[in-house]
Design a protein around this ligand. Structure first.
Ligand code: ATP
Ligand code: MG
Length: 374
């Protein structure tokens, strides 16, 4: 998959910017606060209709405008496809694929990206929410229906929280209705946990190999840290959905009084975490910053491989300012392990970090104040 043209109108500080991508490696160079991340963010937005920087899409509209537009031309399996997003201040959104109006689900299935930014390097130091977001975003690109499940779970969870608050206010307990919420949460939630665990097993296998190439004597392992106990758990097996659901219902029953007291759902996939180990030692506690970065590097490159394998489409790799944060060994590993054909768009404040060999076949753009300069 290749992005051949990108046009931004009133997207953050890029009021009128058009870039043609002719090569498979593209470098966007610019000083701080010029619009480098904004460009990558807009490409990521085309693939997910989300941005890791905000949940409020209105923030993406240029300060002095009423709407933004992102237009792109891509080549996918030898076919030209055009994409466009128009978003207004009143939150009206128009999505088009090949100039025809599209649903969000169909729109998101066209372009695949893997974004790797300097923030991701903090994944292990971040919150459980950060790690769940990373996992959920990676899975969504492979199983488009996963997003629907997450939204459904979120909706029921919020309804349940509101219900618990209402009960507390009125001083009543309505166990029958609470049981209905819990049953619904257990069905959707166990499905989410099952898919997350399955994906983690897959990514662990690929990431272990990549990780070992950088750190020979270290073994990476990944554990899904579920907020309740799943019966019949065996580390080499993936649990059955029924077992997960049973464990979830059991936990919901046991924590009913606590949930009523706290007026919130205290257990479930929204409380789970992912734990990374190096040689069986928990990385967040013991690994050095460099070791933690190696894990994230291995994870991101594995994400790229898995999406390619599962969907048959090679995603576009977006590297936002990561090189500066890596040492020589990891920089070289990253640049050399990217497949020649993988379209890679890299931002950096300078070309100095890149080897001459790498720069030979790279398209370089300079950006200043949201516009390209010669
Ligand atoms: N809605 C908006 N309207 C106008 N300008 C915006 C909007 N949102 C962000 N900006 C501005 O866009 C500018 C560029 O942001 P961006 O994050 O792309 O910078 P960058 O080139 O990646 O810089 P750095 O090297 O520091 O990461 C910032 O100065 C920011 O204030
Ligand atoms: Mg930036």
């Amino acid at each position: 998959m290749k992005l051949t043209n990108l046009k931004l109108t009133n997207y953050r500080n890029c009021q009128n910017l058009e870039i043609k991508f002719d090569k498979s490696k593209i470098l966007i160079i610019g000083k701080n606060a010029q619009g480098k991340t904004n460009i990558l963010e807009s490409i990521y937005f085309l693939s997910s209709l989300k941005t890791p920087r905000t949940s409020n899409t209105t923030e993406l509209i240029n300060f002095y405008s009423e709407h933004f537009k992102i237009e792109a031309e891509i080549i996918k399996a030898d076919t030209d496809i055009s994409l466009s997003i128009l978003y207004n201040k009143d939150k009206k959104r128009e999505l088009k694929v090949n100039k025809v109006k599209s649903t969000p689900k169909d729109f998101k299935s066209v372009l695949k990206t893997v974004l790797f930014s300097s923030n991701d390097l903090m994944l292990l130091r971040g919150t459980p929410q950060d790690r769940r977001d990373w996992l959920d975003r990676a899975i969504s690109q492979i199983y488009p229906a996963y997003d629907d499940r997450l939204s459904k779970y979120e909706k029921i969870r919020i309804q349940k929280n509101n219900f618990l608050k209402e009960c507390a206010k009125k001083g009543i307990t309505n166990n029958a209705l609470l049981d209905v919420f819990n049953e619904q949460l257990s069905v959707t939630g166990s499905n989410i946990i099952y898919i997350r665990k399955k994906f983690l097993k897959e990514i662990e296998k690929t990431a272990q190999i990549k990780h070992r190439t950088i750190s020979e004597s270290e073994k990476l392992s990944i554990k899904y840290d579920c907020s309740f106990e799943i019966p019949n758990t065996n580390s080499s097996n993936i649990e059955k959905i029924e077992d997960i659901q049973w464990g979830f219902l059991q936990a919901l029953e046991e924590r009913k009084i606590e949930e009523m007291r706290r007026c919130q759902a205290c257990v479930g996939p929204h409380r789970d975490d992912i734990i990374f180990f190096i040689n069986n030692q928990e990385s967040t506690k013991y690994a050095s910053q460099g070791q933690q970065r190696t894990i994230v590097l291995a994870l991101k490159l594995s994400e790229l491989d898995i999406i390619t394998d599962k969907t048959g489409d090679e995603p576009i790799l977006l590297l936002d300012d990561v090189l500066a944060e890596l040492d020589d060994i990891r920089q070289n590993y990253l640049l050399r392990s990217i497949n020649q054909n993988t379209q890679t768009i890299i931002t950096s404040v300078d070309t100095i970090l890149f080897e001459e060999e790498f720069l030979k076949d790279v398209q370089i753009y300079k950006i200043e104040n949201g516009a390209l300069i010669l």
